[in-house]
Write a protein of this length. Structure first.
Length: 158
């Protein structure tokens, strides 16, 4: 699913977004929690889950800390969706694999390089291109240290 449109709209609405207030309001519900189970979790995408700990595959989705956007799973209750509507938080289904314009996605990713891996198919590179070296490294080692904007997962965003 392509997230370019919703991520762009969220960037445009950033100035009106107060994440801490939204997070506190979600946590005020007796049956919802915004945040992970551990202290080392991601600081940019917060897990939305029931108050009672469940497995990750039963969680409700993720709320972005920087921009007013939530990516929701099929388990997300209507009450939480209505909350997002009331607080003007953009939301959509979390469907993987994900794609997004690389310039937009770069604003959501902080510790990795972002690029569209399709440049290899188009032969749009030189052999000293950093992106090309990263793709070769992935092919050689199986370790991916970048986000491919044409095909990525939530795990890569976090």
């Amino acid at each position: 699913m392509d997230y370019t449109k919703i991520f762009t709209r969220a960037i445009e609405n950033k100035s009106k977004y107060e994440f801490r207030s939204v997070c506190r309001a979600i946590n005020a519900f007796s049956n919802f929690h915004c945040g992970d189970w551990d202290n080392w979790a991601d600081n940019y995408w917060y897990l939305l889950r029931p108050t009672i700990v469940v497995s990750y595959d039963k969680c409700y989705g993720y709320l972005c800390a920087e921009y007013p956007v939530a990516l929701l799973t099929k388990h997300c209750p209507d009450e939480l969706i209505n909350f997002f509507d009331e607080f003007k938080i953009l939301h959509t289904a979390l469907e993987e694999p994900m794609s997004c314009n690389e310039n937009i996605l770069q604003q959501y990713v902080h510790d990795k390089m972002v690029f569209d891996e399709c440049f290899v198919n188009n032969c749009d590179y030189s052999f000293d291109d950093e992106r090309f070296k990263m793709v070769l490294h992935r092919l050689d080692t199986g370790q991916k240290c970048y986000v491919d904007s044409s095909c990525f997962t939530m795990k890569e965003l976090r």
